[in-house]
Design a protein around this ligand. Structure first.
Ligand SMILES: NC(=O)c1ccc[n+]([C@@H]2O[C@H](COP(=O)([O-])OP(=O)(O)OC[C@H]3O[C@@H](n4cnc5c(N)ncnc54)[C@H](OP(=O)(O)O)[C@@H]3O)[C@@H](O)[C@H]2O)c1
Length: 438
């Protein structure tokens, strides 16, 4: 890391009430939405073992708050923080660079690290855990998935006695907000996205959310913590929600279902993992079907404990800060939520998306005789069994939506048929193909 001349504001003058000899000294790096909310908890309701000593942010002068005790040192130099006597560095700047260097340097210096950074942990989690173990310090990342929902601590402690084989979740609040708005108001996707952006639930460029990049990074972290599997986010297939139309909710309702972005990972045997992220049909009265707006839900399946559910606010400064402070309390008590041996026992499975499910295929076609017969011939040639055919009245014949549902088959059996169907001249839009999860 480049040498910097530290600009610090005030000298450390002990002011807050924590016992300075035994308290765990904490440096926040990044004083944005989450950093500020963490500082608020540490200053308003300071847990006995935690003492905020440093806040580091570029151009920190504009960030200063009068509710931060005067003995907290403000600085823009990460290096001065690492050279200080802090025990724990809390990385809350986000992104990969320079966050990765900061976290590695902190661990190298013998500081424990708490982070909420999903991109960092999804890509470098196993290596960073090993580095932490080799240095005898802790790396905690409970806020990196599902914000304030304590699913990661549960996977790494309360459920660690089970043998988990499956994890599925609604992990992206933006997608869930958009899909549940289309569902409740039957508005077009573009209007639901604009609404989400206006309310601050979606960024101006929401591609990471809509196209599944955010959710698959979180799924990779859940797979690491719960299934002890090293999964790179890019190895997980992600399907976009952009093609989901209001009419798909009408057809889904006829099937007793609704549509949600689901991230799922299932261990198949010792060396393979089925994993995928994308919109799916789920029963309307199921736990997934009932999740509205920007909430998150994670379901786990274990050999001994069966199914468990975790529901709550997946984002937001305050809920995320609770997860960060809880991690800090783990560190202060010397309780590693990620057992050191877990870092060593991570395996690298083959990743596949070849789930066997029933399927929903929605076509928009220019109406003409013989369409269903041609589609049925293609299905039969690929040994796919049609379960039902749904067609709602009242649409223009120039672009008519209808749905075929298929009996369960593997993804790999269906895809050659979809490729063949993509060339049909009567299709006015690409076929939308969604798994039906029962
Ligand atoms: N917000 C949520 O609801 C939420 C939920 C779960 C997890 N997280 C994760 O929490 C982390 C923080 O998110 P956030 O929403 O708090 O982000 P944020 O509001 O953008 O805050 C980031 C802060 O870090 C500062 N910063 C950026 N680069 C820096 C650098 N190189 N050196 C020093 N300071 C730097 C920024 O300063 P400037 O003001 O100069 O930009 C800003 O104050 C991210 O990893 C995010 O994915 C957030």
């Amino acid at each position: 890391m480049a040498k910097q001349t530290p600009k610090t504001s005030t000298k450390a003058v002990p002011q807050n009430g924590a016992d300075k000899t035994s308290a765990c000294r904490i440096a926040l790096i990044g004083f944005g939405t989450v950093g500020r909310a963490v500082a608020k908890i540490l200053c308003e309701s300071p847990p006995a073992l935690l003492q905020l000593t440093h806040i580091c942010n570029r151009n920190f002068e504009r960030k200063k708050q009068d509710w931060i005790p005067r003995d907290v040192i403000w600085t823009d130099s990460v290096e001065s923080v690492l050279q200080s006597d802090v025990d724990v560095v809390v990385e809350l700047i986000g992104g990969l660079n320079p966050a990765e260097h900061i976290v590695r340097d902190a661990l190298d210096c013998g500081k424990s690290v708490v982070t909420a950074n999903k991109q960092l942990i999804a890509r470098h989690g196993p290596d960073l855990l090993q580095l932490a173990a080799s240095k005898g310090v802790q790396l905690e990342f409970g806020a990196s998935v599902a914000g304030g929902v304590p699913v990661l601590p549960a996977l790494r402690t309360g459920l660690s006695g089970d043998r988990l084989h499956g994890i599925a979740g609604i992990l992206n609040g933006t997608c869930n907000y958009i899909l549940s708005r289309i569902e409740s108001a039957r508005i077009p996707f573009s209007q639901a996205l604009e609404e989400a952006q206006a309310r601050g639930y979606a960024e101006a460029d929401a591609s990471e959310d809509l196209d599944g990049g955010d959710a698959r990074a979180k799924l990779a972290i859940l797979a690491l913590a719960g299934l002890h599997a090293r999964v790179t986010p890019e190895s997980v297939r992600a399907r976009t929600i952009r093609a989901v139309d209001a009419v798909d909710f009408d057809y889904a309702a006829e099937l007793g279902c609704t549509i949600r972005q689901i991230s799922r990972a299932d261990l198949k045997d010792n060396n393979s993992l089925f994993a995928e992220v994308g919109p799916c049909l789920v029963p309307a009265d199921s736990p997934f079907g009932r999740v509205q707006r920007n909430l998150n839900l994670v379901l786990t399946s274990g050999r001994y404990g069966g199914d468990m559910a975790f529901l709550g606010a997946g984002a937001g400064g305050d809920p995320t800060a609770v997860a960060v402070v809880s991690d800090l309390m783990f560190v202060a008590q010397g309780l590693s939520a990620m057992k050191k041996e877990a870092a060593r026992h991570v395996f690298t499975p083959e990743i596949s998306c070849d789930f066997e499910t029933a399927w929903y295929l929605r076509f928009f076609v220019r109406d003409q005789p013989g369409i269903v017969a041609r589609l049925a011939r293609i299905m039969a040639a690929h040994h796919l069994n049609i379960d039902s055919l749904l067609q709602k009245p009242g649409f223009e014949k120039s672009s008519l939506p209808f749905v075929i549902t298929l009996e369960p088959c593997r993804d790999s059996m269906l895809h050659p048929a979809l490729e063949q169907m993509s060339g049909l001249e009567f299709a006015t839009r690409p076929c939308l193909c969604l798994p039906i999860l029962r």
